[in-house]
Design a protein around this ligand. Structure first.
Ligand SMILES: Nc1ncnc2c1ncn2[C@@H]1O[C@@H]2COP(=O)(O)O[C@H]2[C@H]1O
Length: 511
């Protein structure tokens, strides 16, 4: 009996990479390489099936974005629309309200994994800034059994301990669905994905930021060494988790095997009852990340989710560890703690250096519908914070490979979708393709009903809006002779026009 040729080919590729990289930790290198390869192949397969579906339907069905525009952007609207520059407004002073039915179907609202593609797959090293605390039990220890500082702790420790240390101070905000129309960077969105380095809390050694606020992201890691691989009806392939802490997690890039895209790739499928599926749907209903997915992606996500129940005091995520899972909270509450970098003091000649662990601060809380653990998965960075349950809690965990392959695919689709549109927006004309791609990542489509206010005169503006389709009136309140308030229409905006607070880097281009 001989080995399958595809397997031999994979091993040849791996051997080549090992020879080239000469890793000091070959086992970790191989683990990373396989995980990366799997992500690439799944992403390519998704992209390939999506483009096949798109091309097979393209004759009768224009691209989604065109279809969106055509539904509202009729010729009369175009004629009624003055040149963009003349009608563009900045700032929040005038009110802007939708003047026509919100056009298009909102396809992609959501996440902004801006640096994902830029980072490629260069895994960051695990750094020590604020290592894991040693006073909380964790059935999800991200250490190999017996190897981590918390190896001896018991998962059964109860709420009393957690109650003392982690008094919950507030519920996470879970955004309700809104009627939307314009495209806005999600700079103030709870579920925005940001490069962790942009976060004010970011500091070297504590990678990551609160990208999603109440949003998403979480990581499990093979359930504390309890589980190295999950297997489901469909042949699950979750690489071993939790086995990386303290190891350098770097992967050298390899080219994508073009044939891989056409191969049937294993997906993570964890068998579930109908009621479990319903519970997942309810838990993710308000999460922007999941709202963006197409039907297949949605199904893949639900299939791959694993139910996890923890006791109060459990550290689901440990700062500094390698992240393997993203979590959505179904029930219960969590606190997020970030430990700052350690300080070092030196008393003088002959004295040794004294190091103090960094201060730990509570930075967020989560409750039902909240999600966490996305940062490490999106940015291939160590966990940016410790997340601890403050009550008994039930979560749904999504493995790293499924999370990344779906998100990466989604990101590239979103970029393609908005590429042409953004190229036509006057304020963005001077940007290069890469800069426009970054903006595409940040866009969130919102659909507004006719008459609905988008920004309100006098209120502090947070977003920058570009009109994808439809029209919006710019109005200003004026006192009339009778002492009442009239709304004077200053202008009408149309497709490609923009208003609101222009974020860097194009604020300098504002008229
Ligand atoms: N201020 C914050 N800094 C870092 N992580 C945060 C913060 N607020 C919430 N989190 C969440 O805590 C998670 C810890 O694991 P991740 O770094 O994967 O993703 C992180 C976020 O989902």
């Amino acid at each position: 009996m001989s080995l399958p040729s595809s397997y031999s080919a994979i091993l040849s590729d791996l051997n080549r990479e090992v020879l080239r990289a000469q890793p000091s930790d070959p086992l970790q290198f191989c683990a990373n390489w396989f995980a990366h390869r799997l992500e690439q192949e799944r992403s390519a397969a998704r992209a390939s099936s999506a483009s096949a579906a798109a091309s097979s339907s393209s004759s009768s069905n224009p691209a989604r974005f065109s279809a969106t525009r055509s539904s509202v952007d009729d010729s009369s609207m175009r004629e009624a629309t003055p040149p963009m520059s003349a009608r563009s407004v900045t700032g929040e002073t005038p009110g802007v309200r939708s003047a026509s039915p919100g056009g298009g179907k909102s396809a992609n609202k959501g996440s902004r994994p801006s640096s994902l593609a830029q980072q490629g797959y260069a895994f960051g090293g695990v750094h020590g800034g604020g290592g894991p605390r040693d006073d909380h039990p964790s059935p999800f220890s991200e250490y190999p059994p017996g190897a981590g500082p918390r190896a001896g702790s018991s998962a059964a420790e109860g709420p009393s301990q957690a109650g003392n240390r982690y008094s919950r101070s507030g519920a996470p905000q879970v955004g309700a669905p809104t009627q939307q129309r314009a495209l806005a960077p999600t700079s103030d969105s709870e579920e925005e994905v940001e490069d962790p380095r942009d976060d004010p809390n970011y500091r070297p050694g504590v990678t990551g930021g609160p990208a999603f606020g109440g949003g998403f992201g979480g990581g499990i890691s093979g359930a504390g060494g309890q589980e190295q691989q999950q297997q489901g009806g469909g042949g699950l392939t979750v690489p071993s988790v939790n086995y990386n802490l303290g190891r350098r997690t770097s992967v050298s890039a390899e080219s994508l095997d073009p044939d891989a895209a056409t191969q049937a790739l294993p997906k993570t499928v964890i068998p579930k009852t109908a009621s479990q599926r319903q519970r997942i749907e309810k838990a993710i209903a308000d999460n922007l990340l999941f709202r963006n997915l197409d039907e297949d992606q949605h199904t893949d996500v639900v299939n791959a989710m694993k139910e996890v129940t923890v006791q109060a005091g459990t550290e689901v995520i440990v700062q500094g560890a390698v992240g393997d899972f993203f979590y959505v909270v179904e029930e219960g509450s969590f606190e997020v703690w970030v430990r700052g970098p350690p300080t070092h003091s030196y008393a003088g000649p002959g004295q040794s250096m004294v190091s103090q662990p960094g201060e730990e601060k509570k930075v967020a809380t989560y409750g039902p519908g909240g999600s966490f653990g996305e940062l490490a998965l999106m940015y291939n960075a160590p966990r940016a914070a410790t997340v601890v349950a403050t009550s008994r809690a039930t979560m749904w965990a999504l493995d790293r490979v499924t999370f990344r392959s779906i998100l990466v695919e989604h990101t590239s689709r979103k970029r393609k979708m908005y590429e042409a549109f953004l190229g036509e927006v006057s304020i963005l004309q001077e940007l290069n393709a890469k800069e426009r791609a970054k903006i595409a990542d940040a866009l969130e489509e919102k659909v507004y009903d006719e008459g609905e206010q988008v920004v309100v005169e006098g209120e502090v503006g947070k977003n920058f809006y570009i009109i994808e389709s439809g029209r919006a009136e710019v109005t200003k309140r004026k006192r009339n002779a009778q002492g009442g308030i009239d709304e004077e229409v200053l202008g009408v905006l149309g497709k490609g026009d923009y208003f609101g607070v222009a974020p860097f880097p194009f604020s300098s281009l504002s008229p």
